[in-house]
Design a protein around this ligand. Structure first.
Ligand SMILES: NC(=O)c1ccc[n+]([C@@H]2O[C@H](COP(=O)([O-])OP(=O)(O)OC[C@H]3O[C@@H](n4cnc5c(N)ncnc54)[C@H](OP(=O)(O)O)[C@@H]3O)[C@@H](O)[C@H]2O)c1
Length: 179
């Protein structure tokens, strides 16, 4: 799977990347409910050198030593005009992000995935074969999306942690995203 590229001049190319447990759980208590180093490596490879967009709560959930995410332009969405974070650029709405960047990876959390999904071209979703309680969920992937790839094609990969996981890539089934 390759990085995002700019598709047309003046149009921001938008990818969403997340990991989810059964039922679409992506977080609990402001944290990831699992530890999956292989998925962290995928996330790093996918987003390195790019602009990453996250909600203010996801920014706050990052351990301080990983903040800002190195090698990436970190953009944090917040409605607070006074907000600042060392190494982060503030954005006040989705339209500002789309207008100011050629290409972004949206990295969470739940509210930000939901806000950017209508504008997205590509989704990279890691299914984690685990049942956990959650308080944050991935957006529903509707019929406008088709799964272009799954790794592995059948069954699961095994993590060094013992967890099983699979990585899915979705593309829009037809033209027609919100501008
Ligand atoms: N599994 C995964 O792949 C993954 C990835 C990332 C995060 N997560 C998890 O997701 C959870 C956090 O998700 P969340 O939904 O609670 O928080 P979030 O989306 O990270 O942040 C929410 C905040 O972002 C700002 N925001 C969101 N949409 C906005 C918009 N359209 N315009 C302006 N500001 C906007 C608001 O900040 P203000 O309140 O400051 O206005 C809002 O309170 C955590 O549990 C985290 O661990 C999971």
């Amino acid at each position: 799977m390759t990085g995002l590229s700019t598709s047309r001049a003046g149009r921001c190319s938008v990818g969403l990347v997340w990991a989810q447990a059964h039922g679409g759980v992506i977080g609990v208590g402001g944290k990831l409910p699992w530890h999956l180093p292989e998925d962290l490596a995928l996330f790093r490879d996918l987003t390195m050198g790019s602009t990453v967009v996250m909600g203010r709560r996801t920014w706050e959930s990052l351990p301080e030593r990983f903040r800002p995410l190195p090698g990436r332009t970190n953009v944090v969405l917040t409605s607070d005009p006074e907000w600042s974070g060392e190494g982060a650029r503030r954005a006040s709405c989705v339209a500002d992000v789309l207008g100011e960047h050629d290409s972004v990876w949206v990295i969470g959390g739940a509210s930000v995935y939901a806000a950017f999904l209508p504008h997205a071209d590509r989704l990279v979703v890691t299914d984690v074969d685990v049942l956990v309680q959650g308080d944050a969920w991935a957006p529903a992937i509707g019929p406008e999306w088709r799964r272009a790839a799954r790794a592995p094609e059948a069954g699961w990969s095994s993590s060094t942690t013992g967890l099983r996981y699979a990585v899915n890539e979705y593309m829009r089934a037809a033209a027609g995203r919100a501008e």
